[in-house]
Design a protein around this ligand. Structure first.
Ligand code: OXD
Ligand code: MN
Length: 580
């Protein structure tokens, strides 16, 4: 008797017609063999093995370098369930249109069956998924990003409860690229892209879009958040989950190194991109469903993120970075400045005089989390870590203060729902445009965001001690375009205020937008930030806020009667306070 998984694999093979089917066991020998095969086909290029042991470079198709939000769809029976925040296709139309692209798509290729586990091995919150793919690059990347192979099959047994992901590179043409989600069937279809966010289906597709749907049905939260523990000299550790849009510094914050002025502090990394938070014992407890980091390379160096530099020195895949004559990777902002010559991300000769970027702005590394020196001893804890604070942050050159706190849970949900941020190179659209991005989930929420806000509101009543909610902005600029706040390790000073608030150890000033620190309560010793600059960073520009409120209003109105009354009331109350 075959299992539900075997039957589904047979069904997919019947459609895609691969020349061979390989079931991944997740072993090192299997990984090594796939790497050797990809070196032979030039899908991977070996990096200098003395300096970067076990590291390889992959150059993607130049048209396939970032998430393609306009080609990403929710396929729910009822269009309103996908909401104005998602592109929608009806399931029958999607199956007909995109099914045709899968027909015979693997004829010349091997089909890899990749069972994976999202979450720690023995956690009750972990989930099994299986990705079928014709890309060996995807198969090896999934071994870094998830617990892959036998461990997942053992957990699944003969059950039919797993997320099904079918992926084919197709012909890599954006004209025949679709990333489809069928949350009612817990199924994902992705064709025409090998890019991480489109093709490593455990990540955005499963752990956010499908999981957010499941989370609403089951009473938990699947969020685009890093998770960190802040350990103070007293030994107390406080866990924070923080949502920032793609390429806005989640990874750097998750691996923050306390500045020299902060002896005795430690920042422990639990996760850098996704948090699954479940109510337990009156709190929200978070696990990181991933096992690796898929980080943005440009700007990563030993000042911005020394822990990441230590992590990626071995067993890592680099995608679309430049290659130096020494066989080492290079990207803009790397230590030591640009090499005199290199091959750029497309393999073309490059020098600093070329006037182009050597690495693609969204070039990435894929690297195992356990190699990171700041990994928390609790990062694989089956029960997760207790979350005391939730932080929402965007990239805003103006207006948004360095930090403030919500008045209560409902107001905090409103603060998340009205987040806006400047767009980045992580998706193929204009960069630097302010867009509303609630909870940093606009590209990842697998259902109508009006319902999502309602779900968030309810979650606050499901735990006796819900986390306290904050907004932050590290990216304020002065008139000359320079950053007002030093960021990176110095962000610990802001996290300290958050921790002190959570424990009831510091006061705050009530303002129309929320509770703002008194300038004396953010420690400035040892940094070159004047009291006047800090005051500017914490000031409330009422006229600017009224303008922002109008943009928020327009965004929220799209959700019509799916928008919870509480969010509408918070919006009206904000405007009233600003006008008072
Ligand atoms: C990511 C993203 O890759 O958010 O994490 O785009
Ligand atoms: Mn992300």
């Amino acid at each position: 008797m075959s299992t539900p998984l075997e039957r589904w694999v047979d069904e997919c093979a019947g459609i895609t017609r691969p020349k061979a089917v390989h079931w991944c066991d997740g072993s090192q020998s299997e990984y090594d063999r796939l790497v050797r095969e990809m070196l032979a086909t030039r899908t991977l290029v070996e990096l200098n093995q003395q300096e970067y042991p076990g590291c390889y470079l992959h150059r993607s198709d130049p048209n396939d370098v970032a998430r393609t939000e306009h080609l990403t769809f929710l396929c729910t029976r009822n269009k309103d369930d996908a909401g104005p925040n998602n592109n929608w296709m009806s399931p029958p139309e999607a199956k007909e249109k995109v099914g045709a692209l899968f027909a015979g798509a693997m004829r010349e290729r091997t089909m890899y069956v990749v069972p994976y586990l999202m979450g720690p091995v023995s956690s009750p919150y972990s989930q099994v998924g299986v990705e079928i793919t014709d890309s060996p690059y995807v198969a090896v990347s999934m071994r870094i990003m998830t617990r892959m192979g036998k461990v997942a099959l053992d957990r699944l047994g003969a059950s039919d409860y797993f997320v099904k992901g079918l992926h084919s590179l197709g012909d890599l043409s954006p004209d025949r690229r679709f990333i489809l989600h069928f949350p009612e069937e817990r199924t994902i279809w992705s064709v025409g892209s090998g890019y991480g966010g489109n093709a490593l289906l455990g990540k955005k597709c499963h752990a956010l879009r499908i999981a957010s749907w499941m989370a609403r049905e089951e009473g938990w939260l699947a969020e685009h958040m890093l998770i960190v523990g802040i350990e103070e000299p007293s030994g107390r550790t406080t866990y924070i989950a923080a949502a920032f849009p793609s390429a806005c510094g989640k990874t750097n914050l998750a691996m923050l190194v306390p500045p020299a002025s902060h002896k005795g502090y430690k920042v422990w990394t639990v996760g850098d991109d996704i948090a699954w938070m479940n109510p337990a014992d009156g709190q929200l407890r978070a696990i990181n469903p991933e096992a690796g980091f898929f980080g943005v390379a440009p700007g990563t160096n030993s000042k911005t993120n020394p822990n990441m530099m230590a992590t990626i020195g071995k067993n890592s895949l680099f995608t679309n970075v430049a290659l130096t004559p020494r066989g080492t990777p290079y990207w803009e902002g790397m230590d030591g400045g640009p090499p005199p010559e290199a091959l750029d991300w497309q393999g073309r000769p490059w020098t600093p005089a070329s006037g182009t970027k050597a690495a693609h702005p969204n070039s990435r590394f894929t690297t195992p989390a356990h190699q990171c020196p700041s990994m928390s001893p609790a990062w694989e804890s089956p029960a997760g870590v207790p979350i005391s604070a939730i932080v929402f942050g965007g990239r805003r050159a103006t207006l948004m203060p360095l930090v403030f706190q919500s008045f209560n849970w409902q107001h905090g949900v409103f603060l998340g729902a009205t987040m806006a941020s400047e767009t980045t190179a992580a998706a193929t659209s204009a960069v630097g445009v302010v867009r509303q991005d609630p909870m940093a989930m606009l590209p990842f929420c697998g259902y109508n965001m009006g319902d999502y806000f309602g779900h968030w509101l309810r979650m606050g009543t499901r735990v006796a001690t819900p986390p306290q909610i904050f907004r932050v902005n590290w990216f304020r600029q002065g008139r000359d375009g320079s950053y007002l706040w030093p960021g990176f390790g110095e962000n610990l000073r802001v996290l300290r205020w958050i921790v002190a608030r959570v424990h009831g150890e510091v006061a705050a000033a009530d303002t129309p937008i929320g509770q703002v620190p008194r300038a004396g309560d953010i420690d400035l010793t040892g940094i070159d930030v004047s009291r006047a600059t800090l005051e500017e960073l914490l000031a409330i520009d009422r006229a600017g806020w009224l303008e922002a409120a109008a943009a928020q209003d327009k965004f929220l109105e799209q959700f019509g009667d799916r928008l919870p009354r509480e969010i509408r009331e918070e919006q009206a109350a904000l405007v009233k306070r600003l006008r008072a």
